[in-house]
Design a binder for this molecule. Structure first.
Ligand SMILES: NC(=O)c1ccc[n+]([C@@H]2O[C@H](COP(=O)([O-])OP(=O)(O)OC[C@H]3O[C@@H](n4cnc5c(N)ncnc54)[C@H](OP(=O)(O)O)[C@@H]3O)[C@@H](O)[C@H]2O)c1
Length: 328
């Protein structure tokens, strides 16, 4: 793999017929301090990581108002990332100093937060505004309607969802065009395979958060290492290449606070896995496809080795996956 990796090697995804992004993105949650609360010890390093992402061709960056809160969005603006990438932010979770993540999908709150995020990011329009997590105390349709209104009013270009079921995706699409769905998904945890396939059918991008399972990849680690050895790659690069090859609508957003790790992750865009490899799903004939093209392609089989291992590491809840107070 090259010394100057370029996310463009992952191919592109077309968000709306006009906005195209490289499929390997960057998750900016890990730019924050401990427990995703407040600033990191070294803000200069955080800005350097964000800057390195765009310098290596990443033009799809994920963040949220609740990361810090506010810290991640602020750092992205300070790093100049907002001008050079599609920035996908989110609303719908409250924070408190102890680090808890509290769902809050009240429409008035969402309307307030879009103004806060626009100011913090320094933009007139938010590229992609995602509903972070359904709120059990607010009807899902009411929250989604607020996002739809914000799009109609020109505050946001695209609306996305996060942490939703297939049924919620279908319900949301009755109110607004859904550009992306962001759910927990990786080679070791494919519980939301049905949501991914629903995104293909809906011409929506699927943004797998926790794409590296925080870097370890648990029970599939050994299988990934075997594949990686044949490519002079790392298990994390194989995990990202697997996501890119598994469907044409995936937009992985690996998170890191390290420029070195960022480069390693972007280099995964150059890695193609073959069908014969245990962790590989297929050889991508073309990684450049619109969602509608992808939806027409036949469903891919799920490899036995990694699938078996995935059950051993599947996480039923977000908090279990990430540890207390680490992430929504
Ligand atoms: N929608 C949601 O509810 C939700 C929830 C969680 C996250 N997200 C989004 O998804 C993004 C990705 O998820 P994530 O950050 O939780 O998990 P991840 O990308 O699977 O893993 C990130 C972790 O892996 C480590 N790592 C990354 N690259 C590495 C490498 N090359 N070598 C060794 N370790 C490496 C990082 O540590 P270092 O800092 O040391 O590199 C970091 O702790 C987040 O940044 C955020 O934008 C969304």
């Amino acid at each position: 793999m090259s010394d100057t990796p370029d996310a463009a090697a992952a191919g592109t995804f077309d968000l709306d017929g006009e906005t195209t992004v490289n499929r390997l993105g960057f998750g900016a949650m890990r730019l924050c301090g401990q427990g995703i609360v407040g600033a990191p010890d070294d803000e200069g390093n955080a800005r350097a990581v964000a800057r390195a992402a765009v310098d290596h061709g990443v033009d799809f960056v994920d963040t949220a108002d609740s990361y810090g809160p506010g810290t991640s969005e602020r750092l992205l603006r300070e790093a100049g990332v907002v001008d050079d990438a599609v920035v996908a932010t989110k609303a719908g979770l409250l924070r408190e100093a102890g680090g808890d993540w509290l769902p809050h999908g009240d429409p008035d709150y969402i309307r307030n937060q879009v103004l806060v995020s626009k100011d913090r990011l320094g933009v007139d329009t938010i590229d992609l505004y995602q509903f972070h997590r359904p709120d059990p105390d607010t009807p899902f349709a009411d929250s989604v309607a607020a996002f739809a209104e914000l799009k109609d009013e020109g505050h946001v270009d695209h609306v996305g969802l996060s942490n939703v079921t297939v049924e919620q995706l279908d319900e949301a699409r009755e109110h607004v065009e859904v550009a992306t769905v962001q759910n927990q998904y990786n080679v070791a945890n494919r519980e939301d395979e049905a949501v991914l396939r629903a995104c293909e059918d809906a011409d929506a991008g699927f943004v797998p958060w926790f794409p590296l399972a925080a870097g370890d990849l648990g029970a599939v680690g050994d299988a990934l290492d075997d594949v990686a050895a044949g490519h002079d790659a790392t298990r994390r690069q194989v995990a990202l290449a697997w996501l890119l090859g598994h469907s044409d609508v995936t937009l992985p957003i690996p998170g890191t606070s390290s420029v070195e790790h960022l480069r390693e992750n972007v280099a995964a865009a150059e890695l193609s896995l073959s069908d014969e490899e245990p962790a590989g799903s297929r050889t991508p004939a073309s990684r450049t496809a619109t969602a509608s093209q992808a939806a027409r392609q036949e469903r891919r089989s799920i490899p036995t080795t990694a699938n078996t291992a995935s059950r051993a590491t599947s996480e039923p809840t977000t908090s279990a996956a990430l540890g207390a107070n680490t992430s929504p």
